[in-house]
Design a protein around this ligand. Structure first.
Ligand code: EPZ
Length: 427
């Protein structure tokens, strides 16, 4: 196992380049299954979830080849199975995109229920509703989701809840269905639009992605393509928050400023100086920040995946801030870790009330999930001594070269090997 050792106190300064969007990449790479051909995907982030997705593709029979660190060539002409083993899906939520892709191409998929970050209950009823709306039969037995259909027929489907995963998954299933599918009450995140653009580049016919209604005209076949993934909104936001929390001055490059609006608006409201360029945003925070009130919502609301990081910068702001989690049942597990570092946070149901403190205290903490891990690292960068962060494998699922990018901004952060505690049977 590895951990980070971080000595706080250095304001982050300099330039950092954002990688491709994790939550677009895992869907787009899975979607290559829809074509009997070769896809070349650029700006693929070098992260564990991408590696897992590519491993699943290889298990299915695809030929996967890295052209360089961020460009992957995938040949899905000959796939050999429609079943994906548990050990490949148990650690990654996004493995469920293979349900929609395999259903569309083969009329069948048998995939174990997905893993992923623990935010409480993570149902899949809206995925099931969408597949059944297209004429599929969905069975869940022994932890496997078995979905099959003799023929997928376009239909009108209204999601009871706005769901990124269900929107993407049903779009994947519908692109090769017979007839027209109308999806309503859909998610509008940037990665939804990116997936739709990718599918259209493969010959699909999708309109309205990024709005409340997506219209899909089913096509009989799709082909390989070349495509570049959009920059990661959440990675960019994480470095913006780290710059603000440490009182630094950082140019975050390779961003789409429009995607960052919900985050820049809240940072500016706290007194952070934000300067926007065509493909970059400069963040500086020379003065003490002021309190903020945030409620996380589906895009274009404030993104839930930035909630833990914003809690850290709120801890260092003047006054009392509130953060309300509007998407997940329980996304405050990281609070206990921040409290070990001296944070004054009280959680009552879906709301956290945060009193400003002067500085975090160094303490041994752990990453409880991907974004929570990024948050405790940011707190450690602002700490008064040396903090050790364990379970960093969570962080490396979604952040490319995290400690290298932070070091390049002046952070004192080291990644070290932790010997596994082998408790001998003799004890
Ligand atoms: C995606 O998860 C992201 N993961 C999450 O990011 C992100 O937090 C989430 O969307 C919301 O933006 C990936 O894209 C791989 P949802 P997903 O379906 O698709 C409920 C990260 O840090 N719901 O939009 O699983 C659900 O319980 C990760 O990168 C149902 O009720 O989220 C939740 O309350 C963490 N039934 C809400 O909808 C369903 O069938 C939103 O979930 C599906 C979801």
């Amino acid at each position: 196992m590895e951990k980070y050792v971080i000595r706080g106190g250095n304001p982050l300064k300099g330039e950092v380049t954002v990688s491709g969007a994790k939550n677009a990449a895992v869907a787009i790479l899975s979607a290559t299954v829809l074509a009997e051909g070769v896809c070349t995907i650029e700006n693929v982030p070098d992260i564990r979830d991408v590696f897992t997705t590519l491993k699943i593709l290889s298990e299915l029979g695809a030929k996967v080849r890295y052209i360089n660190k961020t460009t992957v060539e995938i040949d899905t002409t000959h796939l050999v199975t429609t079943t994906i083993p548990h050990e490949l899906t148990c650690n990654m939520r996004a493995s469920y995109y293979f349900w929609g892709c395999m259903l569309a191409r083969y009329g069948h998929a048998k995939v174990s229920m997905p893993g992923g970050c623990d935010f409480g209950v993570r149902p899949i009823d809206q995925h099931k509703k969408g597949f059944e709306g297209l004429g599929a039969v969905v069975d869940i037995e022994e932890g496997m989701l078995d979905v099959h259909a003799d023929h997928l027929i376009g239909n009108q489907i209204f999601f009871d809840k706005v769901s990124v995963g269900a929107t993407m998954n049903v779009m994947l299933a519908a692109v090769r269905a017979t007839g027209v599918t109308i999806l309503e009450n859909v998610a509008k995140e940037p990665h939804i639009v990116d997936l739709a653009n990718f599918l259209n580049s493969m010959g699909a016919n999708i309109m309205g992605a990024g709005t409340d209604v997506i219209k899909i005209h089913g096509v009989s076949e799709m082909h390989g393509t070349e495509y570049a993934i959009i920059p990661d909104q959440i990675e960019a936001g994480t470095y913006m928050v780290a710059a603000a929390a440490t009182g630094g001055d950082v140019l975050v490059k390779n961003v789409i400023p429009k995607h960052m609006k919900p985050i820049t608006a809240k940072l500016e409201a706290m007194g952070v100086e934000v300067e926007e360029f065509d493909e970059a945003i400069r963040i500086s925070a020379p003065n003490k920040l002021t309190k903020i009130d945030i409620k996380t919502l589906p895009y274009p609301g404030f993104p839930t995946d930035m909630q833990p990081q914003m809690a850290v910068v709120a801890c260092l702001a003047e006054g009392t801030s509130t953060i309300t989690e509007g998407v997940w049942d329980n996304r405050f597990r990281y609070v206990y870790e921040l409290q070990k570092m001296g944070a004054d946070i009280k959680v009552d149901g879906k709301m956290a009330v945060i009193e400003g403190i002067d500085c975090f205290k160094a303490a041994p903490v752990k990453a409880t999930d991907l974004r929570a891990g990024a948050a405790v690292v940011i707190a450690a960068l602002c700490g008064d001594g040396e903090t050790e962060v364990e379970d960093i494998y969570h962080i490396e699922r979604g952040y490319e070269d995290f400690e290298l990018k932070l070091s390049s901004l002046g952070a004192d952060i080291r990644r070290i090997e932790v010997p596994d505690l082998q408790i001998s049977a003799a004890i």
